[in-house]
Structure formats: structure tokens, C-alpha cells
Design a protein around this ligand. Structure first.
Ligand code: SAM
Length: 228
């Protein structure tokens, strides 16, 4: 299958090298990444995947907060993998990083206790959002948890207006569903249950939300048997 086109970390390929600086300057980085690690709540030996690891900022924090977590990362862009590998080596951390074609996650079914993702889904069009969520659902174990930190429903008209900055960089097609608050319905369509927006913070460039969901596969199978 043909490799999918993708939007690079900062919208354009030549800007990828400046991604970390741009995030530092435009977002409350320490706060939003700390909240993400709290939402993930990593535990020793839990098999955990970062979907769209970018420049490894979250991988570093998750591994530092729980050194024995069984952590790995997946992305689509070879350029960020190079940056991420350099940073991991600099911090003497070994975390397996993989690239894929943007279509099928390179893992067998029911592998992961947790999958998390940060600032990725606003870069995916509706079809890709749903396909990626279905793939994440497939690789999660029953009762596995999905945590997504990304742009969410604008909390007020000012947040809606400032979010235009992100939309100009990343495109309107991929970001409109986020700012309209549609992430939970994508998660539901992919099969997830217990979907919630656990918290949202307002930044200079829009409302940033933490979405959580569970793969309640066991319940679904039993429920189906009972109604048949
Ligand atoms: C804005 S960056 C976020 C990076 C990192 N998660 C962070 O919190 O800083 C978005 C990342 O998603 C990756 N990406 C884009 N499309 C993707 C896809 N279809 N599947 C997986 N990763 C993708 C990009 O290569 C990029 O590394």
C-alpha cells in the first residue's frame, strides 16, 4: 500500500528543526506535558505506546517519571525519528522507535496497556483520524486506555479566534473537527467507551484538551451474547 501523505510536526518540512523552539515559545510546554504525564500515569512494565512521538519530548518525560515502563514510539516522519533518537541517546535512554506507512500500525492485536498521543490528531483529516483510532483500538488490550492531548473545543470566542494561528500553520481541513469538539465522537465511532474530556487548558493559541477512553471489548462481547 502507498505511504500516506502527512503534515510535518510544524506544518512544513523545513520547519521541523525548529519544532521544539516553536512549542516552547507558543505554548505552556512544561504545564501541558506535565499534565499529559499525569493523565498517562505510567506504571512499571505497562506496555505503552506514544502514537506520533515527534521530537521525543513526551517519551523523555514519561520514561523519567517511570523508568520501568515498557515504552515505545511510533511516527510517520523519518526526520523526527532522527531528532528523537539523538535526544534519547543524549539522555542515555533506550526506547524503541518505529516508523510506519500511516495506514496499519506495525503491531499485532491486543499488545498495549496504554496508547497516548499528543498534538497529532489535529494534523489528520477525518478519514485518517478514524482509521488511526481504529488501529489504536485494535492494538490495545481489552480494558486498555487511550489518552489523547490535543486541541479541543474552543472554550470561548477568544480561544476560537486565537486558534486560527494553528489553523493557518496546520490547515483548516484537519483542525476544524478538533475545534468543533468532535474528537470524542471520532473515538466513539472507532469503538471506544468511557470517553471523557478529563481536563482542558486555555493557551495563547487555543483550548488544549485531554481526552480519555477505554477499550471495553470484554463487556461488548458479553453484551452482544446476551442480546442475541
Ligand atoms: C505536532 S507533532 C507532535 C509531536 C509530539 N507528540 C509532541 O507532543 O510534541 C505531530 C507528530 O505527528 C506525526 N504524524 C503526522 N501524521 C501522522 C500519522 N498519520 N501517524 C502517526 N504520526 C503522524 C508527525 O510526524 C509529528 O511527529
Amino acid at each position: 500500500m502507498e505511504k500516506q501523505k502527512f503534515i510535518p510536526a510544524l506544518g512544513y518540512d523545513f520547519l521541523t528543526a525548529y519544532y521544539d523552539l516553536a512549542i516552547k515559545l507558543t505554548m505552556p510546554e512544561k504545564r501541558f506535558r506535565r499534565l499529559l504525564v499525569e493523565e498517562i500515569s505510567p506504571k512499571p512494565n505497562e506496555k505503552t505506546l506514544e502514537f506520533g512521538f515527534g521530537t521525543a519530548q513526551n517519551l523523555l518525560l514519561v520514561k523519567q517519571s517511570c523508568p520501568n515502563v515498557d515504552l515505545r514510539g511510533l511516527d510517520i516522519d523519518p526526520k523526527v525519528k532522527e531528532i528523537a533518537n539523538y535526544k534519547l541517546a543524549k539522555n542515555a535512554l533506550e526506547i524503541p522507535l518505529e516508523l510506519y506507512d500511516g495506514v496499519r500500525l506495525p503491531y499485532s492485536d491486543k499488545q498495549f496497556d496504554k496508547v497516548y498521543s499528543c498534538l497529532v490528531f489535529h494534523q489528520l483529516d477525518a478519514e485518517t483520524k478514524l482509521n488511526c483510532l481504529k488501529e489504536i483500538f485494535r492494538v490495545l488490550k481489552p480494558n486498555g486506555i487511550l489518552i489523547i492531548a490535543d486541541w479541543g473545543k474552543a472554550a470561548n470566542p477568544i480561544m476560537r479566534l486565537t486558534f486560527c494561528f494553528v489553523q493557518l500553520l496546520d490547515g483548516f481541513n484537519t483542525t476544524n473537527d478538533n475545534v468543533r469538539g468532535l474528537m470524542p465522537s471520532f473515538m466513539e465511532k472507532a469503538g471506544f467507551d468511557n470517553i471523557s474530556v478529563s481536563q482542558s487548558i486555555n493557551t495563547f493559541i487555543g483550548t488544549f484538551s485531554y481526552f480519555k477512553a477505554r477499550k471495553n471489548e470484554v463487556f461488548k462481547v458479553n453484551f452482544k451474547k446476551n442480546v442475541e
